[in-house]
Design a protein around this ligand. Structure first.
Ligand SMILES: Nc1nc2c(c(=O)[nH]1)N[C@H]1C(S)=C(S)[C@@H](COP(=O)(O)OP(=O)(O)OC[C@H]3O[C@@H](n4cnc5c(=O)[nH]c(N)nc54)[C@H](O)[C@@H]3O)O[C@H]1N2
Ligand SMILES: Nc1nc2c(c(=O)[nH]1)N[C@H]1C(S)=C(S)[C@@H](COP(=O)(O)OP(=O)(O)OC[C@H]3O[C@@H](n4cnc5c(=O)[nH]c(N)nc54)[C@H](O)[C@@H]3O)O[C@H]1N2
Ligand code: SF4
Ligand SMILES: [Mo]
Length: 731
């Protein structure tokens, strides 16, 4: 089969005949680029360009943003609501009212029969914030199930948990401008040039103006590692050991900031006692980074004056995810690197609106960083929504990763999935499949009809996608930006806000609670709920967000600069005041316990997984965009050439990868990017890497360890494998 250009003629840029450009914000990653969408004379969205006056991307876009308008009319879009009695029947198209009635009746039947919490709801980081907020109101205030969570548990839960443990609240303290002020940057488990290309571009531009050391900690020689001054190829799952050892050197050599520690933190004695055991010689044996390198990095960081750390899934997706985040925070607290230009602990977020769901969805509590465990918060939100505070649970229910096992054991009987595709994205998908088959009712609400999870659903709601609707996203640096509606929803799909609000009408309790009918009215509610809090957005409005190309929170009503423009704070904790009751940050000791699945004689390779620049997640969007899909049309596995030659595995041949959970057949790409004892498979493809993963859970965040698993490699019949793969990848 031939992919790519057949004739090598020069590429011509087609004139898309754009009549007008409309402002919006990219709907893929959490960088938060401002985009203008070009509309032609037929009112069709046909092109995109970066917005030059937007501080985030300054006119730039990556490949996904450039071709984003292709997703509107991509094949497989959901056109009409669908229902069926059992998952073995065919779907039939029905009117919206009928589908919503059926869903409402099923939820109530299940709740009446098995109890309120027997119906679970799992959402995403990819809706608009107004939609999250409204879904939270419906789930917590009307349907009243405590088993409500988001796919952010697969993604950002460890960052949230680590921030809460260290600082008393979620919320990234830093911003992109920190790159322009830092004297040293360590990136832990983040492949910035591929996964956040425009944040990378901001970082690189800052570094071109003013050189500072860039240190990348990643077991793979990623693109980021290749561009770094130092690459630390860490043994998977041992970042906490490296962090403890860096602190050991900093404290032993007196490079810490004692004044900051004494004034603004608690717990230094416990951390000092703990890191004593992590001298570089002992630590090197566990984390695989030699003692001299550990000392060099510790000294660079300790003496930098302003030093910052960023991290992404290499830290979060581990059994030590939350501890890894706390370790990074510890390092920055003892060196006085929080809340100052160039000194920060900046979690690079994942999905376009993973931050919005953390802030406003009520998944882990109540809106605006409020807690179910706090009686005052229950009282305030209850009053504001018109819901009896006694209706709310008094503590958080199950996370997404605990909801699936609870379906297995029969505790949960019904599930509503909104904009997430667990049949490809959860670990151990064979187990997920069996779990979904057990449900009495599965509702799938997705923009695409052909997502794998709909095969197990009873009801399908077609949702409008991205800029077919209006609302806000929050990016990595707490910048809220506006997604404007640039085109009508495809076919008979509806905005998620509409679907959620209509669902509320199916419940007696929903008649007493107000569900505003426009996104800007919902935004007004959020503004009111945020007033005076850390997460203050009272100074924002949809129009101001467009005018100023996004605003960072906290953004208080009435705070303006000399030109009369509304302003938000660039950084949190500038005054050293944290959100714990005593106002101090907590330094927390992190003794390391090796509880990962690790390679052994039978399964001798680490299985690592992650992403590619041209694909997004389970490829429901990029898999249909020709200019993204053509670069990586087939699942493949990176394998070290020396390891391959020992096993007699050839470049571009198929192998069977086997773990204790299952197997997958993939094409081998030989590359020194992975060490001798590791293979890497992108997770974008269905029936591939997540057939193999175990996904042990972090005890604090319940996030799965997607990146630390053990596998072996077996030979397969090449002809059969090739045929099977072509069949499997047909859209
Ligand atoms: N193109 C594209 N961009 C995306 C996405 C996408 O799907 N496609 N998804 C978005 C989302 S939701 C997210 S969460 C982000 C993810 O962004 P990243 O986290 O940057 O991407 P990953 O490839 O998942 O993982 C990053 C690196 O972690 C390394 N790693 C594995 N184990 C360890 C370990 O034990 N320690 C350390 N230090 N590193 C380790 C891997 O080798 C890998 O190179 O990307 C966002 N941006
Ligand atoms: N092995 C392995 N597995 C992983 C990871 C890994 O690194 N390795 N990473 C994990 C991470 S960090 C993440 S974030 C998850 C992502 O996992 P998922 O959330 O399951 O992946 P997506 O493909 O983004 O699924 C989003 C779904 O929402 C739909 N959608 C998009 N926009 C809208 C909308 O506006 N409305 C509606 N109704 N639907 C919409 C899309 O069509 C798609 O089906 O995967 C996790 N899984
Ligand atoms: S970097 Fe992220 S937000 Fe920016 S264009 Fe690319 S996918 Fe969109
Ligand atoms: Mo993510």
């Amino acid at each position: 089969m031939l992919f790519g250009r057949k004739k090598k003629n020069p590429i011509k840029i087609a004139d898309k005949k754009v009549e007008k450009w409309m402002y919006t914000t990219c709907g893929y990653c959490s960088t938060g680029c401002s985009i203008e969408v070009g509309i032609d004379a037929q009112n069709k969205a046909v092109a995109t360009r970066g917005v030059a006056s937007a501080d985030v991307n300054r006119g730039k876009l990556c490949i996904k943003g450039i071709f984003e308008t292709d997703i509107f009319e991509a094949s497989g879009r959901g056109k009409e609501p669908l229902i069926r009695e059992s998952i073995y029947d065919d779907y039939r198209e029905v009117e919206w009212d009928k589908a919503l009635d059926k869903a409402g009746a099923e939820i109530q039947r299940i709740q009446e029969k098995y109890g309120r919490d027997s119906f679970a709801i799992v959402s995403t980081g990819q809706l608009l914030t107004e939609e999250f907020y409204t879904l939270g109101k419906l789930s917590r205030g009307v349907i009243g199930t405590n088993n409500y969570d988001g796919n952010t548990t697969l993604c950002m839960a460890s960052a949230v948990s680590g921030y809460k443990r260290s600082f008393g609240s979620d919320g990234a303290p830093g911003c992109y401008e920190d790159f322009e002020n830092t004297n040293c940057l360590i990136a832990f488990g983040s492949n910035l040039p591929e996964q956040h290309p425009i944040i990378y571009w901001r970082m690189r531009e800052a570094r071109e103006k003013r050189r500072f050391p860039l240190i990348v900690v990643d077991p793979r020689v990623t693109m980021f590692a290749q561009f770094a001054d130092m690459h630390l190829p860490i043994t998977p799952g041992t970042d906490v050991v490296l962090l403890n050892s860096l602190m050991h050197v900093i404290l032993a050599e007196g490079l810490e900031d004692r004044e900051y520690i004494n004034k603004y933190t608690n717990g230094i004695e416990d951390v000092e006692a703990c890191v004593k055991d992590y001298d570089p010689v002992s630590a090197a044996k566990i984390c695989g980074i030699d003692e001299d390198t550990i000392r060099t990095v510790a000294r660079l960081y300790g003496k930098a004056g302003a030093a910052m750390s960023i991290w992404t899934m290499g830290i979060n997706q581990s059994t030590h995810g939350s501890d890894g985040v706390v370790g990074i925070n510890n390092l920055n607290l003892i060196t006085g690197n929080i809340g100052k230009p160039g000194g920060t602990s900046l979690s690079i977020t994942g999905q376009c609106n993973a931050m919005g769901t953390r802030e406003w969805s009520s998944c882990s509590g109540l809106p605006g960083y409020r807690y179910l465990e706090n009686p005052q918060d229950r009282e305030d939100v209850g009053k504001f929504w018109g819901v009896d505070p006694e209706f709310f649970p008094k503590k958080r229910g199950l996370t997404e990763t605990d909801i699936f096992p609870a379906i297995e054991t029969g505790q949960i009987k019904g599930l509503w999935l909104i904009a997430t595709n667990p049949m490809t994205s959860m670990p151990n998908t064979a187990r997920i499949r069996k779990t979904l088959e057990k449900l009495e009712c599965l509702i799938v609400q997705d923009s695409y009809r052909d997502v794998e999870t709909t095969e197990y659903a009873h009801i399908f709601f077609p949702g409008a996608v991205w800029a077919e609707k209006e609302g806000v996203f929050t990016n990595t640096e707490r910048r809220v930006n506006i997604v404007r509606k640039v085109t009508e929803p495809y076919a008979n799909s509806k905005s998620d806000l509409w679907i959620i609000s209509e669902m509320a009408k199916r419940f007696a309790q929903g008649k007493n609670v107000v569900f505003p009918d426009t996104p800007s009215k919902v935004f007004d509610e959020m503004r009111e709920l945020s007033r005076g809090r850390m997460l203050d957005i009272s100074g924002m409005s949809h129009d101001k967000l467009e005018k100023q190309r996004g605003l960072q929170w906290p953004c208080r009503d009435g705070e303006i600069d000399a030109d009369g423009n509304t302003v938000g704070d660039q950084r949190l904790y500038m005054d050293g005041k944290f959100q714990h009751a005593d106002g101090k940050a907590k330094l927390i000791p992190l003794p390391f316990i090796d509880n990962n699945e690790v390679p052994d004689e039978e399964y001798p390779f680490w299985l690592n997984s992650g992403r590619l620049v041209e694909h997004f997640h389970t490829r429901t969007k990029t898999g249909k965009v020709g200019n993204c899909n053509k670069y990586s049309p087939t699942p493949f596995m990176e394998m070290n050439p020396d390891a391959a030659s020992e096993l007699g595995v050839a470049h571009m041949s198929y192998v069977r990868v086997v773990s204790k959970r299952g197997d997958a057949v993939v094409l081998v790409q030989l590359t020194q990017r992975v060490p001798h004892n590791m293979v890497f498979i992108p997770f974008h493809f269905h029936d591939c890497v997540n057939r193999l993963t175990l996904g042990l859970l972090d005890p604090h965040s319940r996030q799965p360890a997607f990146k630390q698993n053990a596998v072996r490699i077996e030979h397969v019949d090449q002809q059969e494998a090739a045929t099977m793969n072509v069949e499997l990848r047909k859209f």
